[in-house]
Design a protein. Structure first.
Lengths: 275, 284
């Protein structure tokens, strides 16, 4: 068995919603104890509707939010954010790509600076080398070196998502958390970005946590699938197991709701409509 | 006679860098009781052509067409006042972002009744009764209570139902749905699409479904128009489009669907050569 890059044991996150004049304070249990294990080089897809806690889970894995309870292991090493012992080495191991490439890039920062910033913060690589690395990364994600001095508004959505991916890869992470990376993109651009992610995974032996609500994308990219519903993992297994034999009612509803674009189902629908 | 007929519609925008042609000589026709899907990527001009029908484009746009008729009546050169009598009553539209399309300052009930107030001569009590009926028709539970709720008190799916109630308030002959489910979860998307198809069948409306999602096309359309860079690339009934697409762009679009993937990489649009593509390297 190959090495485990990510493991969580009963990880939980509560949010406290402050009360107002007429409302008592309450606690929202966003994530209610999730166990997962992910091997190196694999892709885990997390599926669920909005508000089911999948992004909260991503934030905990990326060490943005501390978990309320439970344990998080990255590369076999326990992470305890509360103790404040997060070293730059730990931070470097996990990077995240957000959903909306229009919101996740600073409009006043040139692409070169976007790419070099994580290196400045997390390591002491000399300036010339930083620049070389950023240039190399640009070509790796399918952009040109002359894009180095341009601003985000000069790029299309697909190109921006490439920039966001390049930024995440600048520190050679082990684990990449992708929070709905293609849901804001057009179909043809989505295919390009998915291909890029597959290429990069092969080249750098990356491990992906891929958050999505699009089951056709999940089916294409994932090795393992977790279905979340109201903060709980209602289904967790290999892709083939989940897709061929969904156990939980919610998973079945989800599959039934996904539009089908094959000729057979169109025929059935048209027949029903004519009747 | 077709319900809505458009011949050679062209829309140009005046921009700082010159004229931009967003829609380029597009012709289409929708019959009564027919669902036409217009599918294309962002920038393909699918929304702009329908906004031109509704007369909702900003002043920077120039709309030209050989013909644009609704029930045989010219709608290209209407005065704003004449247009308002048709829009909202005979042609209604549903937009992509339900939460953004509702006015946050007024209750859902007020906004539905407003459409009735303008286009019908129902009195106050009758309008209220009709609004309750509409809320029931679009599947909002507890309609009397819900009429008094503000948009922020409702979820995205609920808001979209209110939008649909508003759109069908005056029994339109043509319903234009501009990406009605893009902002919603799949399970909610299914409910909204089912609702739209049910209403369309019951009321015998013509419907134009604008979308970028091939799955939505497959689930709703009778006939499909594929648009790319402002041009119509292909028009076919839904079955033949999915079975044997003729145009290279349609083929590319269908093969870029992850569920149609065969190898371990997806084919992208740039892998295909276009016979009709007006610009080169535009896939990015």
């Amino acid at each position: 068995m190959s090495e485990i890059v990510l493991e969580t044991r009963g990880i939980k996150r509560d949010y406290h919603v402050g009360g107002g004049l007429f409302r008592p304070a309450r606690t929202v249990h966003a994530v209610k104890g999730i166990d997962l294990k992910l091997e190196k080089g694999k892709t885990l897809a997390i599926v669920g509707e909005s508000g089911c806690g999948k992004s909260t889970l991503a934030r905990m894995i990326t060490m943005i939010d501390p978990p309320t309870d439970g344990e998080l292991f990255i590369d076999g090493k326990k992470v305890d954010m509360a103790a404040g012992d997060l070293t730059p080495e730990m931070r470097r191991k996990v990077q995240i790509v957000f959903q909306n490439p229009y919101g996740s890039l600073n409009p006043r920062q040139k692409i070169g600076d976007v790419l070099m910033e994580p290196v400045v913060i997390n390591s002491n690589v000399p300036a010339a080398e930083r620049r070389d690395r950023a240039m190399a990364m640009l070509t790796k994600v399918g952009l040109q070196p002359e894009h180095f001095n341009r601003y985000p508004h000069m790029f299309s959505g697909g190109q921006r998502q490439r920039i966001a991916i390049a930024r995440a890869l600048m520190l050679n992470p082990r684990l990449l958390v992708l929070d709905e990376p293609v849901s804001a993109l057009d179909l043809s651009v989505q295919a390009q970005v998915l291909n890029l992610l597959a290429d990069l995974q092969d080249e750098f032996e990356l491990t992906y946590v891929f958050i999505s609500h699009d089951l056709s994308v999940v089916r294409y990219i994932a090795d393992e699938v977790m279905v979340m519903y109201f903060g709980e993992a209602v289904e967790y297994g290999t892709r083939d197991a989940v897709f061929s034999d969904p156990k939980h009612d919610y998973t079945k509803t989800l599959f039934a709701a996904t539009p089908r674009a094959d000729v057979e189902s169109i025929r059935t629908r048209l027949a029903k409509r004519a009747a | 006679m077709a319900l809505l007929e458009i011949k050679n519609l062209t829309v140009e925008f005046e921009t700082a860098t010159g004229k931009l042609r967003a829609v380029d000589r597009v012709s289409l026709a929708v019959d009564e009781r027919e669902v036409l899907a217009i599918v294309g990527e962002s920038g393909s001009g699918k929304s702009v052509s329908m906004l031109a029908v509704m007369g909702l484009l900003p002043w920077t746009a120039t709309v030209t067409a050989d013909a644009m008729t609704f029930q045989g009546r010219d709608i290209l050169n209407l005065s704003p006042k004449q247009r308002r009598q048709i829009i909202g009553r005979d042609i209604a539209m549903i937009f992509q972002e339900p939460v953004a399309s509702l006015n946050p300052c007024f209750t859902a009930g007020f906004q539905v009744e407003e459409a009735l107030k303008i286009h019908t001569d129902l009195d106050r009590a009758a309008r209220r009764k009709r609004a309750i009926e509409l809320f029931e028709a679009v599947g909002i539970p507890d309609p009397e209570e819900r009429l008094g709720h503000f948009p922020h008190q409702m979820s995205g799916g609920q808001s979209q139902r209110v939008m649909i109630a508003m759109a069908i308030a005056c029994n339109p002959k043509l319903l234009i749905a501009d990406e009605p489910t893009t902002a919603l979860d799949v399970t909610i998307q299914k409910q909204i699409l089912d609702l739209l198809m049910k209403l369309q069948a019951e009321q015998g409306m013509g419907m134009i479904m604008i979308t970028h999602d091939m799955g939505v096309v497959a689930e709703t359309a009778d006939r499909v128009i594929v648009q790319y860079m402002g041009r119509k690339m292909e028009e076919a009934d839904v079955l033949s489009l999915f079975e044997k697409p003729k145009n290279a762009y349609t083929k590319a679009l269908l093969s870029a669907l992850p569920e149609n993937a065969t190898g371990d990489r997806l084919p992208t649009v740039s892998d295909f050569a276009f016979d009709e593509a007006p610009y080169t390297g535009a896939a990015q």
